[in-house]
Design a binder for this molecule. Sequence first.
Ligand code: SF4
Ligand code: MG
Length: 333
Amino acid sequence: AQPLLIVKDMQKYFPVRGGIFGRTQAMVQAVDGVSFEVKKGETLGIVGESGCGKSTTARLLIGLTEKDSGEIIFDGQGVGDSLSLRDLRRGVQMVFQDSYASLNPRLTIEESIAFGARVQGLSDPIGRAHSLMERVGLAPERFAQRYPHEVSGGQRQRINIARALAMSPRLVVLDEAVSALDKSVEAQVLNLLADLREEFGLTYIFISHDLNVVRYISDRILVMYLGEVVEVGPVNSIWEDQAHPYTRSLFSAMPSMDPENRTKTPPLTGDPPNPINPPSGCRFHTRCRFVDTVCKEKAPALRELPGRGGHCAACHLHDPDSGHDKAGREDIW
Ligand code: SF4
Ligand code: MG
C-alpha cells in the first residue's frame, strides 16, 4: 500500500542575525534534506537532541511553516501542488507539549473541542464534542463547562487530543505531547493515544526526547542530528543494535537501560555544533569516537543495512566502500 506520508529531501533554513550589532545575516540549516515515509496506521517516533530539527519537521508537516524545497506527499497528493496548505492542515493535526498555551483560556472545554467540528461544518458540534470528551476520559457533565485553568495538566492534554480528533485528521503529529506530565499520568495518556489510534484508524508521528516513551508507542524510530536523518528503522532493530554512533550515545544516556545491554559508548557531552555552520562531511564527526579521515571529507548517505527489515543508517562504518578504517575500534563499539 502507498504510504500515507512521503517526505522527500525536505529543506528549511531560517535567517538569523549574527555578528556585532546583529549586522550580518546567517542561515540556520534547521532541516537539511530530510526524507522519510509513514505508513497508514503506524507510529513513527522521531528522536534527537533539542535543536536537531524535530520540531521544525513537525511544523513543516502541519503547514505551520513552509518548506524551502523538497516534497511532502500526503495521501498521494503533493503539498503546494494538488494539495493546498489549508487542506494539509485539515488532514494533519498536532498536539504540542504546552497544553495550556495551546488552548484559548476564554473558551469552555466543550467550546474548545466543538470549534473543530464547527470549522468542518459538521452537524451538532456540541454533541460531537461531548462524545469525544467521553472517549478521552473527561465526563462531559463534569468538564464541559469548565475552563482550561480549572483542570490538571493531564486533563488539558486530553482536551487537546479531543480537539485534534474533532478535525477528523488522518495523521496526528505529537510534539513532546506527554513530556510535561507526571509518569503515572504520562502512562495513561500514552495508553489512550494507542487506543485512539486503533479506534479512529490514525497514523502518528511521535516526537520526544524520551526514548522509553518513543519505544512504547512507536513501530519505527527516526533519529535526527543537526537537521539530518542519521538512522531510521523498526523499533526492535534499533533497540537491539543501534547502527549510528550518535544513536548509540543517545541510548547509552538512558537511565533505565539494562546494564547488560549497555553499549560501551559513553553518553555525549557538550552541545551539538552550531547549525549555522555545521561540520564538514559527516556532521557528527566532531563528537564521534569512530571518526576517520573520510568522515571529515564526505557526508555519508543513508544506506539500508542488509537483513535488518529496512533499518538504515548514515555512517561510513556501514559502507564497505567508504574507505573508513575500522581496524582496532571494535573494542569500543
Ligand atoms: Fe562517526 Fe564517521 Fe560514522 Fe560520522 S561517518 S558517525 S564521524 S564513523
Ligand atoms: Mg522541540
